[in-house]
Design a protein around this ligand. Structure first.
Ligand SMILES: CC(C)(COP(=O)(O)OP(=O)(O)OC[C@H]1O[C@@H](n2cnc3c(N)ncnc32)[C@H](O)[C@@H]1OP(=O)(O)O)[C@@H](O)C(=O)NCCC(=O)NCCS
Length: 177
């Protein structure tokens, strides 16, 4: 499948995107643009086929307390807040789910994390996974963190998950021959 992944542009039509998750659909239609072009609080990367948005991933620089890291990373890294790339949102249009678009966006996010690590530091990728998506992240190596930030009790809590930089690097490395 020939899809292009690039940063969202103001001219992109975001009104028809339907992932099956109303919050994620509302975000790209109403907020992704203003966050990116006016507030600079995060950047959305879109996967396109013939000018139609098939999926998107929104990222922002963030940090994680060293104490919150999984045990293996805790052993080698300092305890003060450490830079991470936060995958704030990921969604694929229902018409394109199961075609590898989510994986392609995730791979793009991995490359962004590697670039961030070289340019100004990044120890891994942090995502707040919705319960239906925990397995999607676990299969590429994300592991759940023990801490969870306060969410409204009435809503299902997302699971914070982390992928350390060495696993990001391994995931994008060309397969050994
Ligand atoms: C979760 C989501 C992003 C996956 O995108 P996608 O393009 O459908 O996924 P892909 O086609 O790249 O799937 C890659 C693999 O992951 C598997 N997979 C896809 N969604 C999965 C899920 N929710 N749980 C477990 N595995 C999943 C696929 O079966 C596929 O496996 P394979 O490589 O063995 O064939 C997409 O289904 C979606 O937008 N869902 C609604 C919104 C959502 O939950 N977003 C995540 C918020 S944290």
């Amino acid at each position: 499948m020939a899809i292009e992944i690039r940063p969202l542009r103001e001219a992109d039509d975001r009104t028809t995107f339907r992932s099956g998750d109303a919050d994620l659909d509302r975000f790209i239609a109403r907020y992704a643009g203003q966050n990116q072009f006016h507030h600079h609080t995060g950047t959305t990367y879109v996967a396109l086929e013939a000018a139609q948005i098939l999926g998107y991933a929104t990222v922002a620089a963030g940090n994680i307390e060293g104490e919150a890291l999984p045990a293996a990373a805790r052993r080698t890294l300092p305890r003060y807040p450490l830079p991470v790339l936060r995958l704030a949102r990921l969604a694929v249009d229902a018409s394109a789910q199961g075609r590898g678009v989510g994986s392609a966006l995730l791979r793009h996010v991995f490359l962004l994390a590697l670039k961030m690590s070289e340019d100004y530091g990044c120890v891994g990728i942090l995502v707040d996974a919705k319960s239906d998506a925990v397995e999607f992240y676990a299969r590429v190596g994300f592991s759940p963190l023990e801490v969870s930030e306060g969410e409204l009790e009435s809503r299902p809590k997302p699971t914070p998950m982390f992928l350390p930089l060495e696993l990001v690097r391994a995931a994008v490395a060309p397969a050994a021959t």
